[in-house]
Design a protein around this ligand. Structure first.
Ligand code: GRF
Length: 208
């Protein structure tokens, strides 16, 4: 069975969605870069080994990433899923997990990489917004796109209402993308992701 390590920083609702999806894979560990991340509690209750590698305890990014890689590698994971992991990772770290690290980003990439995506979407007046699951590459929020879901931006939306609408879609497409990965259905060709099999159009449709 494929082994997955999930990295979180906070609430962990995407991690929870992946766990609850009942995928044909083992969630080997949930690792947080912040002590007290709320999501750790859910993982403990679900019987998943947890670990904190607190970035504030390390003198440099290199030292932190070395410790993080050690914590990950002890599980020999097939996949590392970044789920609300709010930390930019260095090129060496990213290359170590090339082709087996996914991230969820709350925008329709390549629009709005980086932070405050919902606020920026409202400021720009876009009519469609959404979320993206992508392979992680050294350029932040730019890797090959596995799945996207779009939602409308409605008049009267606030950052909060828009974020909530997008988050419902995150919880739908991230488990779907992880399922495709563990089923061995994803191929990356020249920076483009091909999904083997049917029903891949699910990835772009907003659900209820
Ligand atoms: C999500 O919107 C994710 O896309 C972004 O941060 C948020 C984390 O939420 N990177 P959670 O921790 O998964 O609940």
């Amino acid at each position: 069975m494929k082994q997955i390590v999930v990295l979180i920083s906070g609430r962990g609702s995407n991690m929870e969605a992946i766990v609850r999806a009942g995928l044909p894979a083992k969630i080997a560990a949930v690792i947080s870069n912040r002590a007290g991340a709320a999501g750790l509690e859910f993982a403990v209750q679900a019987g998943i080994p947890t670990r904190v590698v607190d970035e504030r305890e390390f003198p440099s990014r290199e030292a932190f990433e070395t410790a993080l890689a050690e914590a990950i590698d002890r599980h020999s994971p097939d996949l590392i899923a970044l789920a609300g992991f709010m930390r930019v990772l260095g090129g060496d770290f990213v290359r170590r997990y090339s082709g087996r690290m996914l991230n969820i980003h709350p925008s329709l990439l390549p629009a709005f990489p980086g932070l405050h995506t919902h606020r920026r979407a409202l400021q720009e007046g876009v009519k469609l917004h959404g979320c993206t699951v992508h392979f992680v590459t050294p350029q932040v929020d730019h890797g090959p796109i596995v799945a996207q879901a779009a939602v409308p931006v409605l008049s009267g939306d606030t950052e909060g209402t828009l974020a909530a609408r997008v988050l419902r879609q995150e919880h739908r497409i991230y488990p779907l993308a992880v399922r495709w990965f563990v089923e061995g259905r994803l191929a990356v060709d020249n920076g483009l992701v091909r999904v083997e099999g049917a029903e891949t159009e699910q990835s772009v449709l907003a659900g209820p």
